[in-house]
Each structure stands twice: as C-alpha cells, then as structure tokens.
Unconditional design. Structure first.
Length: 328
C-alpha cells in the first residue's frame, strides 16, 4: 500500500492569500466576506473610487471611514485637530468680537438717539436685525474666547445649550431683513395715501419682533428632538451634523426664503413709490424717491446675503455630501 503523504494543514487565511489574485479578478468570496471593487459597488458619502478595482477612499484628510465602512462604503467627518481648533477659535472669536463691538454701538444709538424712539416705526423695525445679531455675536465671542483660554471645547451639556440658543438666534436673524423690508413697504404705502402719522403701536411692534424668536425656538426644538444639536467636529456648538434636512437643508431653505421675501417687499415699495409720484406728475421726484428705495433695499439685501451665504452654503453642501477640507 502507498503511504499517505503528510502535508501541513493550511489555515483559511493562508488559502485566501494564496488565491487572492483569483478572487480579486473575479470579485469572488474568500473567508465568507465578498470583495466587490468600488468600480462595481460605488462609494458612499464623502468617499471616492480612485481605483475601480480597489476599495473606496475618503475624499480628504478631514474624513475617516465610518464604523460600517465595509457595507456602507461611506466616510464621516473626524474631530478637528488641536491646530484646526485654535485657528478656528481665534479667527471666529475676532470676527464675533467685531460684531459684538458694532452691536454695542448700535445699541447706544437705539438708546440715546431720539429718531429711533417711537413713533419712528421704520427705524424701530431695525431691532429685528440688531437684537439677534447682538445675541449671536455675544454668545459666540465668549464661547470661542473661553475655549481658547481653556484649550478645549466646553462640556457636552453646556455645548448643547449653546447649540439650542444659537440655532434659534440664526433663524431669528434670517427673519430680520424680511421685517424691515415689510415695514418699509407698509410705511411708504401709507405715506402715499396721505397718512403721514402712521405708525405701529408698541404692542404690535413687540409681537412682530417676537415672531422670529418664536420661529427660531420652534425650529431649534425640532432639531433637538431629532438629536442633531451639539458640537460640530469640536469647533463650535450648533448642529453636530449637517447630513440631515432639518440641519443643512432647513437652514439653507430658510435663508433663501428670507432673502426672496426681503427682495419681494422692497420691489413692492419701489413700485408703489414710483406709481404714486408719477400719478402726481412728479416724474423727477419719482425717479429720485424710487432710486433711494432701490439703493437702500439693495444694500440691505447684499449685506445680509454676503454675510450669511458662505456659512449656509457650507452647511448645505455638507448635507449634499460635499465636505470641505481644512488644510491645517
């Protein structure tokens, strides 16, 4: 009888390694785990297929493979490095300090300038912009300043509170230019009708100014209940992820809607003033008055749009799956 040939047993891993080239070429299974190249499977959020015969790779240094990368082939944003945090807190703190200082100056005018007191309704409506801006710059200036002094971000519970407050403030800020434009239109319309003393009572004005805050609180409650308020990559406390509609999508849509309504009311004011002056056969005055309304409206819309478009666009692009890298 022939003697059996004694051969060492090979482990599953060794067998897989021996036939690796065959499995890669055929997209087969080794060890119970299928290998499907990214050219066939595609890649998830913040991942890209550099080599169609290899696995997916994260798009930049600020993203890392997610916990379920083998199945989702998606990446997620990592916590910012210490260098990124310090640079962000320094620059953002400086900008918010400038906003805080300007807000204090505006508050001084509201307090001591008699032209901003009742019954000057048009000027009082600017409180819809001033109050949220001052609250926003105050909260974030002290937030970034204390983070720099401490060298780390605040604890989770205070961060969640800051996130709730600032989310509501941002929505209220978006509504500010709409209120100013609407009051401008109503004031000019009543003036064109001969009502020189028209004004909004304090109670009604207070209610109008409170509506953006109520809307902001409602939106913040929605996002909080969804569990999306908190620290964003260890940089600031707002929405801890922009992947969902109630964060990136809702913020961008609110911003665009507010911009559109602001333009709409200023266009109505422009048309109303010009029509009234032309009807009174004051063509030169009509051109000057309508031009003044148009310029002031354009300045307000441009300042508002340019101030917020970058921030909202970054959140919106993150919701769509494009994560900008911070090269630090």
């Amino acid at each position: 009888d022939a003697l059996p040939i004694s051969q060492p047993a090979l482990s599953e891993a060794e067998l897989c390694a021996y036939h690796e080239a065959e499995y890669v070429e055929s997209g087969g299974v080794c060890g119970g785990k299928p290998f499907v190249p990214c050219g066939v499977s595609g890649c998830g959020k913040w991942a890209q297929c550099v080599d169609p015969y290899d696995v997916c790779e994260c798009t930049n240094g600020d993203t890392v493979p997610s916990a379920d990368f083998e199945t989702s082939r998606a990446c997620e944003q990592r916590v910012a490095s210490t260098s990124q945090q310090r640079v962000f807190w320094t620059l953002s703190g400086f900008l918010h300090f400038a906003g805080f200082a300007l807000s204090v100056r505006v508050m001084w005018e509201f307090w001591f300038n008699s032209r901003l007191h009742p019954p000057y309704t048009l000027m009082q409506s600017f409180a819809a912009i001033f109050v949220p801006d001052m609250a926003y710059s105050s909260v974030y200036f002290f937030f970034h300043f204390t983070n720099l002094l401490r060298g780390s971000e605040i604890a989770d519970a205070p961060c969640d509170a800051v996130a709730f407050i600032t989310f509501g403030i941002v929505i209220a800020t978006f509504c500010g230019p709409v209120i100013v434009a609407a009051v401008t239109y109503l004031k000019l319309k009543r003036l064109s009708q001969g009502d020189l003393q028209w004004s909004i009572s304090r109670g009604v004005l207070a209610l109008i100014l409170a509506v953006p805050w109520l809307l902001g609180i409602a939106f913040a409650l929605i996002v909080q209940q969804a569990g999306y308020l908190g620290s964003y990559r260890g940089l600031y406390c707002y929405a801890k992820t922009w992947d969902h509609f109630v964060t990136g999508g809702l913020t961008m849509l609110t911003f665009l809607l507010a911009t559109a309504l602001t333009i709409f009311f200023y266009v109505l004011a422009f048309i109303n003033v010009r029509r009234t002056m032309v009807a009174a056969k004051q063509h030169i005055a009509a051109r000057k008055a309508s031009r003044t309304v148009a310029i002031r409206g354009a300045v307000l819309v441009a300042a508002y749009f340019l101030t917020w478009i970058l921030w909202t666009a970054v959140g919106f692009s993150s919701w769509l799956g494009s994560g900008p890298s911070i090269p630090l």
